[in-house]
Design a protein around this ligand. Structure first.
Ligand SMILES: [Zn+2]
Ligand SMILES: [Zn+2]
Length: 256
């Protein structure tokens, strides 16, 4: 299993870091992608990823909820870092859920990430919350030749939205949400979203799947997401793991 979205640089994981990693490796997690969220996170992510090169892989980006007064300085620091040793731009995107004070700046920042992704030929990790229309129009505006690739991480949208994303050749990051009661995601996928466009993720420390909902999330718990996907696609958990691994390797251009 490849965890395509895990904030393992967060303080919650630092105390027993090596034990944590050993547990993920023993539980069948072959790689973990650590997305950037701010300029400040650059150094902490570097520090954790250096401990386990080829196992922990870093992204770099400015999360939409981190777009505040100092966004220009943060973007400058990110620009200075690019493109060395990063496997993806992100997370980046639009989040209108709680605060839309910096709505326009969020769009500017997101589009700049998309331009960098084109310039440096990197995939994009997209965070989109209550903003899917604007997110898609930013992508269409920048990626006029349809060369970008990316993932809508922590996807929980409808079949119609999933279809728009996968029709562009982009991926859906599926995590704990699919196991939540009252969640319609499984039904949406079952309507006809091919497994070829799905990657696994935790979004740890958040989004722990049932039966561990509310706990500090771990990549090994993606097994519960795999179980649910096996039901949706009427296949074995092994097949889900093999196909989502292949998808993640394709998207993030990972070796074996
Ligand atoms: Zn996110
Ligand atoms: Zn995240």
């Amino acid at each position: 299993m490849i965890d395509t979205h895990c904030h393992i640089d967060y303080p919650q994981y630092q105390e027993d870091f090596d034990t944590f990693i050993a547990r993920q490796k023993a539980g069948g997690v072959s790689k973990i992608i650590v997305p950037g969220v701010s300029a400040e996170s650059i150094q902490t992510i570097k520090a954790v990823c250096q401990k386990y090169p080829d196992y922990l892989l870093a992204g770099i980006g400015l999360h939409p909820t981190e777009v505040k007064e100092d966004w220009q300085e943060q973007m400058q620091q990110i620009a200075n870092e690019l493109p060395k040793n990063y496997i993806a731009l992100g997370e980046t995107g639009l989040d209108y859920h709680e605060d839309i004070t910096f709505k326009e700046e969020q769009k500017t920042v997101f589009k700049q990430h998309l331009k960098w992704a084109l310039q440096y030929d990197l995939p994009v990790i997209v965070h989109s919350r209550d903003a899917v229309e604007d997110t898609l129009s930013c992508i269409r505006e920048v990626d006029t030749n349809h060369t970008l690739q990316g993932v809508f991480h922590c996807f929980s949208g409808s079949y119609e939205v999933a279809k728009q994303i996968t029709d562009m050749g982009w991926f859906l990051g599926i995590g704990g949400v699919i196991t939540f009661k009252n969640c319609k995601l499984a039904e949406g996928l079952a309507k006809g979203i091919p497994l070829d466009f799905i990657v696994l993720e935790t979004d740890a420390p958040y989004m722990a799947p049932v039966p561990n909902r509310g706990k500090l999330n771990e990549s090994i718990w993606m097994c519960y997401v795999v179980e649910k996907l096996a039901e949706v696609y009427a296949c074995s958990p092994e097949h889900i793991i093999a196909q989502t691994d292949l998808n993640a390797k394709k998207l993030f251009r990972l070796g074996n």
